[in-house]
Design a protein around this ligand. Structure first.
Ligand SMILES: *[C@@H]1O[C@H](CO)[C@@H](O)[C@H](O)[C@H]1NC(C)=O
Length: 312
C-alpha cells in the first residue's frame, strides 16, 4: 500500500461529549475530581507496597503493578479530555491520535494479563496453599510482569501496524473525546471491512476470551473452597467479589466497544467516559476497602508522608 502519500488529514477533531455548557461544567468537575483522586489513590498503593516490607508478596506486587497501569491508562485519556472540555475546537494531531491509541492498547493489554495473574495468584493461594510459596516465587512474579508488558506491546503494535498507513483524505471528525480504533478507521478513505474484522478479532476476541477465562477461574476457586471448608468460603468470597467486580468493570465496556460493528450510540460514549475516568479510580478502592492489612499500611504510609513534609 502506498497510503502514506494519500494522507492529507493532519489532525482530527473531537466532537466531544456534549455541546451543552452546563453539562460541560458538570463533566469538568466530575472528571477532574476523579482524575486527581485516582492519581492519589493509585500512587498511594504503589508507594505503600514499595515502602512496607511485609507487603512484599506476590498479591501486593501485582496490585501495585495494576495501580501503576491504571495511573498510566487514565493519564492517556483524562488530561487531554479535561483540557478539551473548554476548547471550542478540540483537535488532536495525527501523531497524537496514533500515540493515544498505542498507549491505550499497551495499558489495556498489560492490565488484562495482570488481572489473569491476579486470578492465578488467588487460585494458588486458596486451592493449593501448601505450594503457594514455591509456585508464586519471586521469579514467577517477575515473569508475570514481564509477560504482561510483552503481551501489551505486541497487541498494540500488531494493531497499529495496520492503521498507520491508512489513507485519511476527507472527513476528520471523531464523534468521541479520545482516539480509538473503531471510530478512527471509519474515517479512512478505503474499504475497511477486513480491517474491522482484524480489530474485532484482535481486541474483541482477546477481551472476550480473557473475560471468560477469568470468570471461569473464579468459579473454579469458589467451588473448590466450598468443597473443602465451609468457614473459608465467606473470607474467600469477600476477596473474590472484589476481583470479580474489577473484572466486570474492566471488560464490560471493552467487550461492548470492540465487538460492536458500528459504534455510534450515546451509551457508547457514556461507557467510554466511565471506562477512562471512573474505572481507574474504582480499582484501588475496591481492592483496598475490604483488605484490612492494606488499609492499615496505607494509613501508616500517609502519616509518614505527612511527617516527612513537616520535617523538610
Ligand atoms: C511489579 O511487580 C514486580 C514483581 O512482580 C515488582 O518487582 C515491581 O516493583 C512491581 N511494580 C510496581 C510499580 O509496583
Amino acid at each position: 500500500m502506498d497510503g502514506v502519500n494519500h494522507s492529507v488529514v493532519a489532525e482530527f477533531v473531537f466532537l466531544g461529549l456534549t455541546n451543552s455548557w452546563d453539562i460541560q461544567i458538570l463533566l469538568f468537575v466530575f472528571s477532574s475530581t476523579f482524575y486527581v483522586a485516582s492519581m492519589m489513590g493509585n500512587s498511594l498503593i504503589v508507594l505503600t507496597v514499595a515502602s512496607e516490607p511485609h507487603l512484599h508478596s506476590p498479591m501486593y506486587f501485582l496490585l501495585a503493578n495494576l495501580s501503576f497501569i491504571d495511573l498510566s491508562f487514565s493519564s492517556v485519556i483524562s488530561p487531554k479530555m479535561i483540557y478539551d472540555l473548554f476548547r471550542r475546537r478540540k483537535v488532536i494531531s495525527f501523531r497524537g491520535c496514533i500515540t493515544q491509541i498505542f498507549f491505550i492498547h499497551v495499558t489495556g493489554g498489560v492490565e488484562m494479563v495482570l488481572l489473569m495473574a491476579m486470578a492465578f495468584d488467588r487460585y494458588v493461594a486458596i486451592c493449593k496453599p501448601l505450594h503457594y510459596l514455591s509456585i508464586m516465587s519471586p521469579r514467577m512474579c517477575i515473569f508475570f510482569s514481564v509477560a504482561a508488558w510483552v503481551v501489551g506491546l505486541m497487541h498494540s503494535v500488531v494493531q497499529l501496524a495496520f492503521v498507520v498507513n491508512l489513507p485519511f483524505c476527507g472527513p476528520n471528525e471523531l464523534d468521541s473525546f479520545y482516539c480509538d480504533l473503531p471510530r478512527l478507521i471509519k474515517l479512512a478513505c478505503t474499504d475497511t471491512y477486513r480491517l474491522k474484522f482484524m480489530i474485532t478479532g484482535n481486541s474483541g476476541f482477546f477481551s472476550v476470551l480473557s473475560f471468560f477465562i477469568l470468570i471461569i477461574s473464579y468459579i473454579v476457586i469458589i467451588f473448590t473452597v466450598q468443597k473443602h471448608s465451609s468457614g473459608g468460603l465467606s473470607k474467600a468470597l469477600s476477596t473474590l467479589s472484589a476481583h470479580i467486580t474489577v473484572v466486570i468493570l474492566f471488560f464490560g465496556p471493552l467487550i461492548f466497544f470492540y465487538t460492536q460493528p458500528s459504534p455510534s450510540t450515546h451509551l457508547d460514549k457514556f461507557l467510554a467516559f466511565f471506562d477512562g475516568i471512573l474505572t481507574p479510580f474504582l480499582n484501588p478502592i475496591i481492592y483496598t476497602l475490604r483488605n484490612q492489612e492494606m488499609k492499615v499500611a496505607m494509613r501508616r504510609a500517609c502519616r509518614q508522608l505527612v511527617s516527612y513534609r513537616k520535617i523538610s
